[in-house]
Design a protein around this ligand. Structure first.
Ligand code: ADP
Ligand code: MG
Length: 601
């Protein structure tokens, strides 16, 4: 091949590849244009997750008749003149690439009327080529319709995720813009149904209430460094909301940051937020936060990445400490005598805690465990975990196993000797000593039972007696809709009941004595994390979580009978050596090793 200059259409498509990854990227660019045009009202509608149709209407200043076609030309922008202007950009767009890129991979119809002009214009383009241009009557503002997205770039089309995933991206995106622009009224309609709305009251709190739901919102603390930043870097404003330590998540994805009104992903600033919670949150738990960082445009470079989701600060340390201090002040200011052991009910119900082996400070934690479960009244004898016997009439943690299924044995017969640290079962087998993690082992047992019942189509769900409803933020209700089938396989039946509200019809049989609303919230957490690819299917992950929830916790004293029952079941598990997540259920110490350790060999 000889060297030649690519055709414009090809260049446009390559450029499009950088910024237009998915329907949500189209919406992002169009919303930014609307905001740059000073719109106070933005209506977004998308069909089939944006594949079929995306329409954005705004009441901004519109595009002048003489410039309508120019707007679709590459590098045509009204927002930048000289390279110098790049130093202090105050608009969201500046590259003049979005409209050209979008038009090159779809069919676009634009109707716009500029302020001060008598009539509007209508322009139709396909694959970047103008098909039609006419005058029309229209109100001031712009309506852009994008159809058949990626029709001419099959590779891109192929990489689109399931419709529901795209829908969720769109909702998350609009939600973020509503947070950054609380004075703008946003309405999102997906497949003709309103899925999100922000009324443009100007209050970030109103938007957060809409997007997180009241339950989460009540645990958010206000951040504002306005009064306290005189000491250092007064030009850096940090404000927004951050969670009280009782509200926390298993990953950092709920930390949302905006720099000068632009949503950014910045691992250093994210870390500053996490740092602010030092000693307030347990390891592996992260806050929920929505923070606005405003600083003079000269001090931040937004021209780092095509999607403009990354920025570079002139003085990253100043930003880091401004954020960290502002958040820390909010957390300290509104938390009384917090500590790592301050287990609010919310924290207590998180999975991470249960999975963890009994903490070194066993006595303390054991005490709390017993107290909270209420079956070991009044006093907790100090040596209780050395003599793990108790009243046979006491409530049992492990359901008896009346007729152990005749499954082949996968472990030798193990004799139970006792319990260590209220977490591990000591057993003896033909090849020495086996130390078994009671929680991990029980998880394994429940998981295999569940899968077996499921395979044999035995009931795995329990209808709830009082049909409780749960109201969720839009992104979470979309997650539920997206995973209806997986949820149902695990025993959760959720019926849509008005916008973003569900009736919980059934929960997994294994968890029939738990609070259904709490369970659904936990499973949602799993679904959110489930987005990161792993080898287990979503369905399996939900089932694993259910089993983890139902399994006996570390720190629970078991009777000899309970331990025997558990070991008997483990002996017939298909994969007795690991829990469903792959962690070991047992540590084996062979007779040989024992002998060697004692210097007998
Ligand atoms: P950029 O936003 O980087 O300037 P775009 O390709 O997104 O580039 O848009 C090109 C130009 O079209 C903008 O600079 C602006 O003048 C005009 N424009 C696009 N969308 C709108 C809109 N909704 N309202 C008013 N003007 C618009
Ligand atoms: Mg733009």
């Amino acid at each position: 091949m000889t060297i030649h200059v690519l055709a414009d259409q090809v260049i446009a498509q390559i450029a499009a590849g950088e910024v237009i990854e998915r329907p949500a990227s189209v919406i992002k660019e169009l919303i930014e244009n609307a905001l740059d045009a000073g719109a106070t009202n933005i209506h977004v509608s998308a069909d089939s997750g944006g594949r079929n149709m995306i329409r954005i209407s705004d009441n901004g200043h519109g595009i002048k008749a003489a410039e309508v076609e120019l707007a679709f030309t590459r590098h045509a922008t009204s927002k930048l003149n000289t390279a110098d202007d790049l130093m202090h950009i105050r608009t969201l767009g500046f590259r003049g690439e979005a409209l050209a890129s979008i038009a090159s991979v779809s069919r676009v119809t634009l109707v716009s009327r500029a302020e001060g002009e008598e009539v509007g214009h209508r322009l139709r383009l396909e694959g970047g080529k103008v098909l039609q241009h006419q005058s029309v009557g229209a109100p001031v503002g712009t309506v852009i319709t994008v159809e058949n997205l990626f029709y001419n770039t099959p590779a891109r089309l192929k990489f689109l995720k399931a419709e529901n995933t795209e829908k969720r991206h769109i909702t998350a995106l609009i939600t973020r813009y509503a947070m950054a622009y609380p004075h703008v009224r946003f309405i999102l309609e997906q497949d003709k149904r309103e899925t999100f709305r922000a009324n443009g009251t100007g209050q970030l709190s109103d938007v957060l209430l809409r997007s997180f739901g009241a339950e989460t919102f009540k645990d958010l603390l206000e951040v504002d460094n306005a009064d306290n930043n005189a000491d250092e870097a007064p030009e850096i404003q940090v404000y927004g909301f951050t969670s009280a330590p009782s509200l926390n998540r298993a990953d950092r994805s709920r930390i949302t940051l905006f720099v000068n009104g632009r949503w950014v992903q910045d691992s250093s600033v994210t870390y500053a937020v996490i740092q602010a919670y030092h000693t307030f949150l347990m390891k592996g738990r992260y806050p929920v936060a929505v923070l606005m960082i405003d600083l003079p445009p000269e001090q931040v470079d937004v021209n780092v990445h095509p999607t403009k989701a990354e920025v570079r600060f002139q003085d990253p340390n100043a930003v880091f400490s401004a954020v960290q201090r502002a958040v820390r002040r909010a957390v300290i200011g509104q938390t009384e005598a917090p500590s790592m052991y301050d287990r609010s009910p919310r924290q207590e119900s998180t999975w991470e805690d249960e999975a963890r082996p009994a903490p070194r400070n066993t006595q303390l934690d054991l005490g709390m465990e017993l107290e909270s479960t209420g079956w070991y009244p009044n006093q907790v004898p100090e040596q209780s975990h050395y003599t793990p016997t108790r009243d046979a009439a006491g409530p049992t943690y492990l359901p008896p196993n009346p007729n152990p299924p005749e499954r082949p044995r996968t472990l030798p017969m193990l004799r139970v000797i006792g319990q260590v640290g209220a977490s591990y079962i000591v057993t003896e087998g033909p090849a020495g000593m086996y130390l078994i993690d009671q929680h991990a082992a029980h998880e394994r047992i429940l998981y295999e039972e569940f899968m077996l019942d499921y395979a044999q189509q035995k009931p795995t769900a329990q209808l709830t007696l009082s049909a409780q409803t749960i109201e969720l933020p839009p992104t979470e209700s979309q997650l539920i809709e997206e995973h209806q089938i997986a949820l149902q396989s695990a025993g959760f039946k959720l019926e849509s009941f008005g916008p973003n509200t569900f009736i919980i019809r059934s929960v997994p049989l294994l968890l029939s004595d738990h609070d259904p609303v709490e369970l659904v919230r936990e499973v949602l957490e799993e679904l959110e994390e489930g987005k990161t690819p792993g080898h287990a299917s979503i369905e399996e992950k939900i089932i694993q979580r259910v089993c983890k929830r139902a399994a006996v916790k570390a720190g629970t004293i078991l009777s000899m009978d309970e331990m025997r029952g558990l070991i008997q079941q483990l002996e017939r598990c298909q994969s007795p050596h690991t829990c469903p997540h792959g962690r070991p259920t047992m540590v084996h110490m062979s007779s040989d090793k024992l002998a060697r350790e004692f210097g007998r060999k």
